[in-house]
Design a protein around this ligand. Sequence first.
Ligand SMILES: [Zn+2]
Length: 109
Amino acid sequence: MPRHDREEVARRAGHATWREAVEATAHLSQQEAGRALGVSHPTVRTWRTELGLGVSARRSGPQAAAAFREDPTDPRHGSANGYRNLGCRCPACTRAWTDYQRARRTGPG
Ligand SMILES: [Zn+2]
């Protein structure tokens, strides 16, 4: 879609610019944002990708792991998964990991 059409879509939806429209609807799902702006949801995805938005929604990869480690309120802290797969070494995750290893050692063998 040509840029001037994007700007027109944004203005029709009540936003000053295309970028502002995409950022203002970034908290919505692609479908919801598409309805709000009057475009299809694949278009929303494309626009968000161009602005670098929506990347944080991914739940795997180095960036997601780093975001997890920097967010002490994430409920995954205190899990063996947090320690082993996400690389967190906070006291809660470390303890969960040592408990997990201890549990594995109990029993035959
Ligand atoms: Zn942790």
